[in-house]
Design a protein around this ligand. Structure first.
Ligand code: SAM
Length: 283
């Protein structure tokens, strides 16, 4: 069956009109209308017919169509019930698709996909980008790669290196689980309606073997949270958030051979691990 390409302004307008759909800003509905961007995402994710793909927020099926054309098995989770009849129409005839009407944050992905490893491909709703990315990373799912469209500023934070102004808890969390790399920047006019800011496609290759292995993951993230909790403070001050008296914080930093006058945004993942391991071993 020959499908007309959805990723065009006129086709998107026609579909919305035909189904009487008004885009829901609250759900982050900015639909792609540029086939070049769809091809760019599909190529970046190197999707083949052997892949299993989870798509978050298929909308009217624009990106879904590009992924389906590769022959991959696609699970598309869309929260907006009103879009279901649209998807059934626009993606009619593809037998490699399962559409699920649910909130991705409340979906049991293991139950849906089973033990097969899979890729995540999504033009994410910007109002919950970080919770979605963190939930996917933390759940210990057999994901090999996340290829997502996010706000450019968020992509930059995810990929930021220690010492840069934008390096923070999100950078550490993403880089603990994966190797992020910004693939390309997407201008506002590639979407309908146009968002106010640039977007970016970022690839996160999930580590099978994490390069940084703290003794206790929870302690690692507690140290990260404390270090970034009060950004402009030195580590001697900010690590007080761990509930330790100042002299113990000084001792901890001395043992880790980390200058207490430094700030959280200068610490590498390895340095966070050293601090967390000393804390755990002390207990
Ligand atoms: N994939 C389409 C595209 O690229 O044109 C639409 C992307 S649009 C930026 C985000 C989509 O995510 C919308 O269709 C929206 O309804 C859906 N969405 C928002 N919150 C969601 C959630 N919690 N779970 C699943 N889908 C969600």
């Amino acid at each position: 069956m020959q499908h007309p390409i959805i990723a065009k302004r006129e086709i998107t307008q026609y579909i919305l009109k035909r189904f009487g759909i008004r885009m829901n800003k609250k759900l982050g509905q900015n639909f792609l209308i540029d086939e070049g961007i769809i091809a760019g995402i599909v190529n970046t994710a190197k999707i083949t017919a052997d892949d299993v793909v989870l798509e978050i927020g298929p909308g009217i099926g624009t990106l879904t169509q590009g992924v389906l054309e590769t022959g991959a098995q696609v699970y598309a989770v869309e929260i907006d019930k009103k879009l279901l009849p649209v998807l059934e129409h626009t993606l009619e005839g593809y037998d490699n698709l399962e559409i699920i009407n649910a909130d991705i944050l409340k979906t049991d992905i293991k139950e849906l996909i089973g033990n097969r490893s899979f890729k995540v491909v999504a033009n994410l709703p910007y109002y919950i980008t970080t919770p979605i990315i963190m939930a996917l990373l933390e759940e210990d799912l057999p994901i090999t790669q996340l290829v997502t469209m996010v706000q450019k500023e968020v992509a930059e934070r995810m990929a930021a290196v220690p010492g840069s102004k934008i390096y923070g808890a999100l950078s550490v969390a993403v880089q603990y689980y994966s190797k992020p790399e910004i693939s390309f920047i997407v201008p506002p006019n590639s979407f309908m309606p146009s968002p106010e800011v640039d977007s970016a496609v970022i690839v996160c290759d999930i580590y099978k073997d994490k390069p940084v292995k703290p003794v206790d993951k929870k302690a690692f993230f507690q140290v990260v949270k404390a270090a970034f909790g009060q950004r402009r403070k030195t580590l001697t001050n900010s690590l007080g958030l761990l509930g330790l008296p100042k002299d113990e914080v000084r001792e901890l930093l001395a043992q880790a051979q980390i200058d207490g006058r430094r700030r959280g945004e200068t610490l590498s993942l390895q340095e966070f691990k050293i601090l967390a391991d000393i804390l755990v071993l002390k207990k």
